[in-house]
Design a binder for this molecule. Structure first.
Ligand SMILES: [Zn+2]
Ligand SMILES: [Zn+2]
Length: 438
């Protein structure tokens, strides 16, 4: 299959596959190329953004390199050890900005990049990110997810014009960060599986080339997991490339499907509860990896089920959205309100639409099971993989009681109208039985 995406060609799926990620330098000493790119964008003065953890990694070096090339700089260093990408962080940046700066350079991973992407978008400046860890796949994304009034919100941003993946820097990051990055890549087993299932049931847009590109990027990372744990540079190159490729796959398809499915919503639930109630959280990639494991467990349970029309119809009939809304409020706090409000617009639980989906599901059950078989590893294989890179295999290990698991999974179906595992389980009337008996 041709996996070279040409922006001038219409794919068999009907779309022209384009990406905003143009310049991505993944090599040893990549950071030395910053002056070259600064000149390319005719920069005279750069606004450099880092925090107390990332400044020592490359901050001074970048300032000096720019100076040697006749380019000025102003540096803003966040003093927090654990920076939250919220209104306070965003506001500080605005207040310390020097409007003469015509280039933004961020040094960091998730949080710094999320803040700088929004800032570069708002100030209309070219933007270079120097990655300090292969931590998650959001480097290239056109949006940032940040808490606004303590509710996680997706905010318009711009993709970095240049992504610097310096292998010397990336392999110098703590190993657990690469493990988290790999965890985010592993989510792509479930994401592709659910993309295909939704394509089958709902006729949702799907492109096999983009799916295959994502699978191959993921597999290259998984195959190099051992090397990653030894902080080997070639393995790190594969991981960072994989993370960037997932961002490209989202650009190519124009949908979030290649990047994530229910396991990303699972991660979002834990983050929401953390924000609202101060419950325990882990990094994005770690939470996604655990979410992937539980999703695989649920999908494996599906194999022993034959959907029953009467049971499914009765289940939908008995479903009381108002009662369910109250459970969402209890479990998620304020974050539940936008989810509840969405249902009035999206009507995910509309009885007629449910009947239509149910018929398709019943008639295609063997095909659905085939997709699951083709896309997902077994629970045992996946657990072994997680353990081999030191990732947790249960909620307990990240400080969350296992008894919360069923409700966490059930709530993921209400984030937005995206057809994921719990939606399928709800459609066939098996949501409670599967989730409550994991
Ligand atoms: Zn296509
Ligand atoms: Zn992710």
């Amino acid at each position: 299959m041709n996996l070279e995406f040409n922006p001038n060609e219409v794919c068999a799926c009907g779309k022209v596959h384009k990406t905003d990620v143009e310049n991505c330098v993944i090599e040893e000493g990549a950071v030395n190329r910053i002056p070259e790119y600064a000149k390319k964008y005719n920069a005279t003065k750069a606004f450099i953004v880092s925090d107390v953890n990332t400044y020592p990694i490359a901050g001074e070096k970048i300032e000096n390199m720019l100076k040697e090339n006749g380019i000025g700089s102003v540096h803003y260093i966040y003093q927090q050890k654990r920076l939250e990408p919220d209104e306070h962080a965003m506001g500080s940046l605005v207040m310390h900005f020097d409007a003469e700066c015509d280039l933004i350079i961020g040094i960091g991973s998730g949080v710094i990049n999320d803040i700088c992407k929004v800032f570069a978008y708002q100030t209309k400046r070219p933007y270079i990110i120097v990655a300090t860890a292969a931590y998650m796949d959001g480097y290239a994304a056109r949006t940032s997810t940040m808490p606004v009034d303590r509710i996680k919100t997706t905010i318009p941003a711009k993709s970095p014009d240049v992504i610097i993946g310096d292998l010397d820097i990336l392999t110098g990051a703590p190993k657990y960060m690469a493990a988290a990055g790999l965890g985010d890549m592993m989510a792509k087993y479930v994401s592709i599986c659910e993309w295909r299932i939704s394509n089958l049931i709902n006729g949702e847009y799907y492109c096999e080339r983009v799916a295959e590109f994502t699978r191959q990027s993921r597999d290259a990372c998984v195959q190099n997991s051992e090397g990653l744990m030894k902080q080997d540079k070639d393995s790190m190159k594969k991981l960072f490339e994989g993370l960037i490729n997932c961002g490209k796959a989202i650009d190519y398809s124009g949908v979030s499907r290649p990047g994530g499915g229910v396991e990303h919503y699972f991660c979002q639930m834990l983050d929401m509860r953390g924000l609202e109630f101060g419950t325990s959280t882990a990094s994005h990639g770690v939470q996604c990896a655990i979410g992937t494991l539980y999703a695989i467990k649920c999908y494996q349970k599906l194999k022993n089920i034959v959907p029953n029309r009467e049971k499914a119809l009765k289940y939908a009939e008995k479903f009381d959205f108002d009662a369910w809304s109250n459970r969402l409020r209890e479990f998620l706090g304020k974050g539940a309100e936008p989810m509840i409000a969405l249902e009035y617009k999206e009507k995910k639980y509309d009885r007629d639409k449910h009947k239509q989906r149910l018929e398709i599901i019943i008639n295609n059950w063997q095909n659905i099971l085939k997709i699951i078989d083709e896309e997902l590893p077994t629970v045992t294989e996946f657990e072994r993989l997680l353990k081999s890179i030191g990732l947790p295999t249960s909620l307990e290990e990240i400080g969350i009681p296992e008894r919360e698991l069923p409700l966490i999974i059930k709530c993921t179906k209400d984030i937005r109208d995206k057809y994921v595992l719990p939606r399928l389980l709800w459609d066939i009337g098996e949501l409670d039985e599967v989730c409550d008996n994991l």
